[in-house]
Design a protein around this ligand. Structure first.
Ligand code: PLP
Length: 410
């Protein structure tokens, strides 16, 4: 009988063991009590002081002046683009490998997303290829700090300066990460964060834009708060938004902001714990397997991990399909998930061919990722050391028995 659980052997870990230990989203008594207080305060909605407090704390954590809290991390991108004046006829560069929202946000403004390939090592936007994709219509660029790895912000900002582009960092997967000692989101015109359930800070839904620019902050606030300025009471706006600026209601609630406050306090400890776990796993597996790991980026001074990515593109893995590797790891008790395809091939991306553009150089790296990689969500890195050892054992077992998997067809 085979050794591997996929072929009838004994699994390393019972199916749900790791998932039971890897708790997400976080819960604590302090937040439960504060939520109760917010509920009885009735101040959950328009002008909620809880929202202001959290938005200010989040901005201060990033060393910038303004935080504008919103309903989710998709509208934050849309509002950021709108505040930067992006509209019909404009082109915006986005990486081919990201969540679909990054590209859809561009489309909501009637602008055109232009997909550019990612780097082999970091899986983040290849800024040299972005340079080659610039046309007279290019107005902005959205680097995505994918899975917590970081786009080369020095190159992005140099390119933006050269071509007079706006830069919006999509930090939905990189809370707490630092590039050369600066917090992600503070390295560009606007930083956009999501607080959707799976993210490194989670309030079910939620998002925020941060910026150090007073004018942009005013526009971000007005566009997402139906034209109001900060501090105005409902029904008592004192000045109109500028003519033609289309404002909407993308406000979040005080309940969301309240849930996030304790998580912000604990963010550094959380991502440092993940980093230590990842270092342990990668050091061990680098010695025992041929797996390649997503690199964190060139100037990372504090790493955030949203997904831990394992890449099986060494010659040893050529004859085994990624579906088979995924199933083999799953049946041993490790709930890794497949990579998403390039945005333009994603099932939820349905723009007409004339509504987007793929850069002339193509997106080979983004297309390869889906063939060769799997990932583990961040909260599995928060488990005890003995469970990290179980994770490593599972991966080593499957890699050590690859021969048995070669004959399995997709
Ligand atoms: C999650 C995510 C978004 C969208 O955030 P929501 O809060 O789910 O709308 C945008 N960009 C990236 C890279 C994401 O991972």
């Amino acid at each position: 009988m085979s050794n591997l659980a996929l072929l009838g052997g004994e699994p390393v870990s019972p199916a749900t063991r790791l998932a039971e230990e890897a708790v997400w989203p976080p819960q604590n008594e302090t937040t439960a009590k504060r939520l109760n207080d917010v509920y009885f305060s009735k101040g959950w909605g328009f002008g909620s002081p809880v929202i202001d407090d959290f938005a200010q704390a989040f901005a201060a954590y990033h060393g910038v002046k303004h935080g504008i809290f919103m309903a989710n991390g998709t509208v934050t991108l849309q509002v950021a683009l709108a505040a930067c004046g992006i509209g019909p006829g404009d082109e915006v560069i986005v990486p081919a490998h990201t969540w679909v929202s990054t590209a859809l946000a561009v489309q909501y403004l009637g602008a055109t997303p232009v997909f550019v390939d990612i780097e082999h090592d970091t899986l983040c936007l290849d800024v040299d290829k972005a340079a080659a994709a610039i046309t007279a219509k290019t107005r902005a660029i959205i680097p995505v700090h994918l899975h917590g790895s970081m786009t080369d912000m020095d190159k992005v900002n140099a390119l933006a300066e050269q071509h007079d582009l706006k830069v919006i960092e999509d930090c939905a997967q990189a809370h707490g990460g630092q590039w050369q000692g600066k917090l992600l989101g503070s390295l560009s015109d606007v930083g956009s964060y999501s607080f959707q359930t799976s993210k490194l800070m989670a309030s079910g839904e939620g998002g925020i834009c941060i910026t150090d620019d007073d004018d942009l902050a005013d526009r971000l606030f007005r566009i997402s708060h139906i034209g109001y300025t900060p501090g105005a009471l409902q029904g008592q706006a004192s000045s109109p938004p500028e003519t033609g600026m289309l404002c909407h209601n993308f406000r979040g609630t005080g309940f969301q902001a309240c849930v996030l406050q304790e998580q912000l306090n604990g963010l550094d400890a959380l991502i440092d714990r993940y980093e230590a776990a990842r270092n342990y796993l990668e050091t061990r597996l680098q010695a025992s397997t041929k797996i390649r790991f997503q690199q964190r980026g060139r100037c990372v001074t504090r790493s955030a991990t949203y997904k831990w990515v394992l890449i099986f593109d060494a010659p040893e893995y050529r004859d085994v399909s990624i579906e088979t590797i995924t199933q083999a790891l799953n049946t041993e008790g490790l709930p890794v998930v497949p990579a998403v395809p390039p945005v333009y091939q994603h099932v939820l991306f349905n723009l007409r061919a004339d509504q987007y553009r793929i850069s002339d150089e193509g997106c080979d790296q983004a297309e390869a990722v889906v063939e060769h990689s799997v990932s583990l969500l961040h909260y599995f890195l928060g488990v005890e050391q003995s469970s990290l050892e179980t994770i490593a054992e599972i991966i080593e077992k499957v890699m050590g028995n690859l021969g048995e998997l070669r004959d399995i067809k997709k």
